[in-house]
Each structure stands twice: as C-alpha cells, then as structure tokens.
Design a protein around this ligand. Structure first.
Ligand SMILES: [Zn+2]
Length: 155
C-alpha cells in the first residue's frame, strides 16, 4: 500500500472557528456538549460524550469546481493536538459507516475507486484508491450524513 497521511483540517480554520464563533458560511457555531462520539476534524479522534464541541460548516479546499461542497464538521471546543501520523488510519475513520471518494489531479471524482461501507474495512478500499495512479487525493466522508471526515494523501 502507498504511504499515506490522514490530514486534519487547516489548524487556522479551527482556531478561527474557536475565536470568532462563526463558521465558513458565517453561521454562528453551535456550541454543544457531545451527546454521541463526535468526530473532531483536528485531532481526528471522537470527542467523548460530555466533551464540549463546536459544530459548523466547513468549506473543503478540494475538490474544487463541480464537486466542491461544504460540510458540517465538529471540532473540539478547546485546542487539541492535530493528528500527525504517517501510514495510520485516523481513529475517526474506523468506527462508523464511511464513503471513500477518490479524485484525480483535475478534481474529477474517480467513480470506480469509490467505496461505501463499514470503516473497519477501510484499509483495502483506501489502498486501492491510493495505489491507483489516477488518484491525486482521497476524501473520506460519513456515508449516512455525508460529512467530510478527513482528506488522505500519499506521504
Ligand atoms: Zn480534537
């Protein structure tokens, strides 16, 4: 399998959320107490039930153009350590139903590399996408609500 990194959102975005109280669409952030394991897009771990989290809309940097989309995301309400590990599937990708979406260098979705299923089974589909020379990057989303979990790039 290609070497890879699961990438958190830009830390500046999380810091702006925490400091401004507004998301990328100008909505007031929802300040919540996690009532279910809530995937933080900075540390790429689930906030435990009872932890304070922020819910807001995030403008994905990629894909650009036709496939571009914003996404609801949770981040820990207080600073947390950004996920930074090579060749490790981020914890938030394992415990839920996910979709793997591969995109090429022109931000075109590579449909035949897509996968939807249980996150515990991500290794095979992720390797298939990253080993394909057409793939420039992969976004992993929750399969039911469709929220971005993280981007994955070759290391
Ligand atoms: Zn966090």
């Amino acid at each position: 399998m290609s070497r890879f990194r699961c990438l958190p959102i830009d830390l500046a975005v999380a810091e702006r959320f925490r400091a401004s109280g507004h998301d990328d669409a100008g909505n007031p952030l929802r300040r919540m107490t996690a009532d279910h394991p809530s995937p933080c897009r900075v540390c790429l771990r689930d906030a435990a039930v009872g932890e304070p989290v922020l819910l807001g809309s995030y403008n994905l940097p990629r894909p650009r153009g036709i496939y571009w989309t914003p996404s609801p995301i949770f981040v820990h309400a207080t600073p947390c350590v950004p996920f930074d590990a090579a060749d490790q599937v981020a914890p938030i990708l394992r415990g839920r139903v996910i979709s793997v979406r591969a995109y090429d260098a022109e931000d075109q979705c590579v449909y035949d590399l897509g996968f939807a299923g249980d996150g515990v089974e991500i290794d095979g589909p992720l390797a298939r996408a990253l080993d394909d020379p057409r793939t420039a990057f992969v976004n992993v989303h929750t399969a039911k609500p469709g929220c971005l979990l993280c981007r994955v790039e070759r290391a």
